[in-house]
Structure formats: structure tokens, C-alpha cells
Design a protein around this ligand. Structure first.
Ligand SMILES: [Zn+2]
Length: 340
């Protein structure tokens, strides 16, 4: 079968579309014929070099396709089923896994980061990692869902504990995690403010349900939020940008506010005035991926048509170099998926 692999870290030239043996399944696994595999910024980090990547490595965390074979102990799925993949891996027996906090597991991982991933023609996956695709979704949309939905739900619901009527500010409303974040926050009854980098992106964020949208390249966000909230600031800021936006994020956070962050794309070092933190009784919350149940809660919202993945475009999987270059340009509105 064909698979997108890296044998060493580096620029787009290290991406190979290799011929490798089709995997065989264990008794508790299913063989999925991948029909679409969405990309994440994680793919770029893995390609460029992060610790713990076994080389060579098949890239890709998200995938959707058809079951073509099942092991003898598999009970819930049959050949022909349309399925999507839950990308977080975990030990299942440790202290955290027992509590349903699989994303805190010492042995946690993600497909396409510390083990082979989804950007291939066939993948052997444990039955516990497979979910049925709702009928109204195609393979591309289904593949664009798991990692960002799990991440956004964990940030907003598990960590920031958003409440009905609260004001939530989301950076990058048309990014993968931002676009799902808007919809999850709306489904939970929050008032959603978001910032995007262009007029086109702003109109898409509005269509996703954001109450107020602003172009951050043209607007003083602090002034804008303070006007919109009568000087109160917001209850929750969803951060995934890092150094570039941190100061603004803290300045728009109101009393009792929670800033939840899952990323540092623009740099990891930030300043903090702890006087503001204690006086305003604020919380800063870290969040990484999401537990397995977060996938199922997000899937429930998906089935009820309260949320939907935002897809920008697809690339043939063989054009993986073009796809990485495109993602690095940051012009996409929503997710980019690869078709084997
Ligand atoms: Zn564990």
C-alpha cells in the first residue's frame, strides 16, 4: 500500500509517498481502508522534528474510511461499516486512565506522532479507537473532526467549564480548533466573540454561529471587547496562538475569567502580571488533546447537527509536499484533508 512517511526530520523534501506492506490485524483490531485523512499543524511539527517520533513514521492523526476486515474478538463493527478514528492512544490501566482522563496518561500518544498514523491506504486500528460516521457526513468531513473536536471540547467543557450565558473569546475562528470551538460554545449557550485575519474568514466565522466577529488585523481587540461587554471583559479566552496574542488575551479576561490554552504556535514564553491574576481571581488552564469520552461527547453534538467540521479543501495524498506547503501558508479556512 501507499503511505505518507518521513525517514528523517526536515523540510517538505523529507515527505515520501512510500510503498510498504499492508498491515495485518490482531484479534481485537479492524482493518480500515482510509478514504480521507485530515491534516493538522501537528503534521508540520512532526515533520520538522519533535522528540519521540519513531522513524520512519506514517504521518496523520485523523482518518475516516471503510472497515474491510475485522479480528475474531471484534464485536461492534463489520466489513462495510463507515468509520472514523479516535486518535489518542493510552494505556487503559493507569491511575488517570481509570478516571477517564486518558489524555493525562503517562503512556499517552497520538497517531502520526509517536506511532504510525492515518495517511495511508490501510490502517490496522484497535476496535476501541473506531466510531461510526453519522449518515449526514462524508468521509472528508468525518476525517476532519476527531482531533480538533476532542481538543476543543476538552478545553471549553472539561477545563474552562463554560456556562450558559458566559462570554467566550476564541482566537482564529476559522482554524480547525477555533471553528469547532465556536460551535461547541454556542451549543452550550455561551455568547461567542471571535477574531479572524480576513473579511472572508470573518463571514465564515459568522456562519458558524459566532455572535460577534472582528478582523484582528484592523481592530484593537481589547477596546472592541470592552465596548461589547460594558467594560467587564470575557469569562473565557480560548488560546492556541501563544506569545503574539497572550497579552491581549489577558487584557480582555474579566473577573473570575479562565484562560485556556492548547498551543504556542507564535512562541512559548509570555509575561504575566500576577497582581491582575489574584485581584481579578482568574485562572490559567493548560489543555492537551482530550479524553476518549470528549470524542464521544463531541460526536453526540455532531449527530444532533449542533456542530460540523469546517473543510477548506482536499489534496491527493501523493501531493503531500504541496499540501504541507499550503498548510504552512496559513490561508486555509478550516481543515485540509488528503485522499489516498
Ligand atoms: Zn494510562
Amino acid at each position: 500500500m501507499k503511505a505518507v512517511r518521513i525517514h528523517k526530520h526536515g523540510g517538505v523534501d523529507v515527505l515520501k509517498y512510500d510503498d510498504i506492506p499492508t498491515p495485518t490485524i490482531r484479534d481485537d483490531q479492524v482493518l480500515v481502508k482510509i478514504r480521507a485523512a485530515a491534516m493538522n499543524h501537528l503534521d508540520l511539527w512532526v515533520r520538522k522534528g519533535i522528540p519521540g517520533v519513531p522513524l520512519p513514521c506514517i504521518l496523520g492523526s485523523d482518518g475516516a474510511g471503510c472497515v474491510v476486515d475485522v479480528g475474531s474478538k471484534v464485536t461492534s463493527f463489520h466489513p462495510g461499516d463507515r468509520v472514523m478514528i479516535q486518535p489518542l492512544t493510552y494505556c487503559g490501566v493507569c491511575h488517570f486512565c481509570q478516571q477517564g482522563k486518558e489524555n493525562y496518561c503517562d503512556a499517552w500518544g497520538i497517531f502520526g506522532e509517536n506511532q504510525d498514523g492515518t495517511q495511508c491506504e490501510y490502517m490496522a486500528v484497535d476496535e476501541t479507537h473506531i466510531r461510526s460516521i453519522p449518515d449526514h457526513l462524508d468521509f472528508v468531513e468525518a476525517s476532519a473532526f476527531s482531533l480538533v473536536a476532542q481538543t476543543a471540547l476538552a478545553m471549553l467543557v472539561r477545563r474552562a467549564k463554560i456556562q450558559r450565558g458566559e462570554a467566550v473569546f476564541i482566537w482564529g475562528g476559522t482554524s480547525g480548533v477555533g471553528s469547532i470551538g465556536i460551535q461547541i460554545a454556542k451549543a452550550r449557550g455561551a455568547i461567542v466573540y471571535t477574531a479572524t485575519g480576513s473579511e472572508k474568514k470573518s463571514s465564515v466565522a459568522k456562519e458558524l454561529g459566532a455572535d460577534e466577529v472582528v478582523n484582528y488585523t484592523k481592530t484593537d481587540i481589547v477596546k472592541w471587547i470592552m465596548e461589547k461587554t460594558n467594560g467587564r471583559g470575557v469569562d473565557v479566552v480560548m488560546e492556541h496562538v501563544g506569545a503574539l496574542t497572550w497579552r491581549t488575551s489577558m487584557n480582555i479576561l474579566g473577573k473570575g475569567g479562565r484562560l485556556v490554552t492548547c498551543g504556542a504556535t507564535t512562541g512559548p514564553k509570555v509575561n504575566l502580571d500576577i497582581r491582575h491574576l489574584f485581584y481579578k481571581q482568574q485562572s490559567i488552564l493548560g489543555s492537551t488533546m482530550g479524553d476518549a469520552a470528549a470524542m464521544d461527547e463531541a460526536l453526540d453534538l455532531l449527530k444532533k447537527k449542533k456542530i460540523r467540521p469546517l473543510v477548506d479543501r482536499t489534496f491527493p495524498m501523493k501531493d503531500i509536499k504541496k499540501a504541507h506547503t499550503y498548510l504552512e501558508q496559513n490561508k486555509q479556512i478550516g481543515k485540509v484533508a488528503l485522499i489516498p
